[in-house]
Design a protein around this ligand. Structure first.
Ligand code: ZN
Length: 344
């Protein structure tokens, strides 16, 4: 079996046959914080549901990458004047300790050790937290403490099962260089891959062929293989006007305008998405030996935008290789073709 990792994020009831036809062998699954009252105490129903879900994926023949509980999440809502603002919500209970404190970090490490034990043989790979260079995912946890969280979490996993593949991802923003520089130079480092999320043409300027240079750069500065934890191109949404673009640069969320800061090719359309996928996979192929693999974001289009809740916002609703009814979009076919070459 080829050991190159081809994965995606998908709903629990996604069509297994179509996933396999696309060449996908791995599923990325987020885990909530497992304990309700104390470390080692009673387990939450949300955690137990997630455990059942990954066991079902494994029974369907997929391998799993778990994402440990994110520290919190920022989402957007409109005020009376129609302006959107971010609201931060902690995802770890208050009893875990003050965010970033020694107690908090120790509890997070112990949680990772528990996950390694409780999901042994089902989840083979872990991403610790998510995009800690992005305020929407790190909230009050600063970059230095974010490194401690990742390094201690990795030690927690490895203390129970050294064979697990463990690291974290960044959102590829400029502060990500701090995380890469600090994490991989730390004497405690036992991270197995350099994780990165990039959305050239949607969240960042650029084209999909930039992946080749990005992978080489990250491999050279970290000394480990690169895992692309997220990539993709939304198939819907207009580009912003210059005034809207400036407003977003000054802090407004993209959801306020329901438009993209960046675009590529003939714009955010299903046909452009297919061409984008074809070029990105060619770019991955050119750096195959420096890549551990990738997780496409994401398998299916969504009913509503998780950032603002709106069903007609293109920001988080049109990333899929298949539509909301599980019908393949044009990108499904270019994905399938490109993956065949990567696995040859
Ligand atoms: Zn939105």
């Amino acid at each position: 079996m080829n050991d190159f990792i081809i994965g995606t994020s998908a709903l629990d009831d996604a069509n297994s046959q179509l996933l396999k036809e696309a060449g996908i062998g791995w599923i990325r699954v987020g885990f909530p914080f497992p304990f309700s009252d104390r470390i080692g105490g009673s387990l939450t129903s949300e955690y137990l549901d997630a455990k059942v879900a990954v066991q079902a994926w494994a029974a369907r023949g997929f391998r799993l990458m778990g994402v440990t509980s994110i520290v919190g999440l920022g989402t957007y809502a409109r005020d009376a004047e129609g302006q959107m603002h971010m609201t931060w919500k902690d995802f770890l209970p208050a009893w875990v300790g003050a965010v970033g404190s020694d107690e908090y970090l120790r509890n997070y490490q112990d949680m990772c050790a528990f996950l390694a034990q409780d999901l042994r043989g089902v989840v083979q790979m872990w991403q610790i937290a998510n995009e800690l260079d992005i305020p929407q995912f790190s909230g009050p946890l600063n970059l230095k403490k974010s490194c401690d969280l990742v390094l201690l979490g990795a030690q927690g996993f490895k203390s129970v099962d050294p064979a697990l593949i463990v690291s974290t991802n960044t959102g590829g923003s400029p502060p990500a260089y701090y995380l890469y520089g600090r994490l991989f130079a730390d004497p405690r480092c036992c991270l197995d891959y350099c994780g990165v999320d990039q959305y050239y043409g949607s969240w960042q300027d650029g084209s999909p062929d930039r992946w080749a240079a990005r992978i080489t750069e990250l491999y050279d500065i970290t000394g480990v293989k690169v895992l692309v934890n997220e990539w993709g191109f939304s198939s819907a949404g207009e580009a912003m006007t210059p005034d809207e673009y400036r407003a977003v640069q000054l802090g407004a969320p993209s959801c306020q305008f329901k438009k993209w800061m960046y675009t590529w090719g003939k714009g955010h359309t299903p046909e452009s998405q297919a061409e984008y996928v074809r070029i990105a996979l060619e770019s991955f192929l050119s750096q195959r030996e420096k890549l551990l693999g990738f997780f496409f974001y994401r398998w299916e289009d969504q009913e509503s935008c998780w950032q603002c809740g709106s069903p007609d916002c293109p920001i988080e609703t049109a990333w899929g290789l298949v539509d909301k009814r599980s019908h393949p979009k044009p990108s499904f076919h270019t994905f399938q073709d490109g993956v065949k070459h990567l696995l040859e």
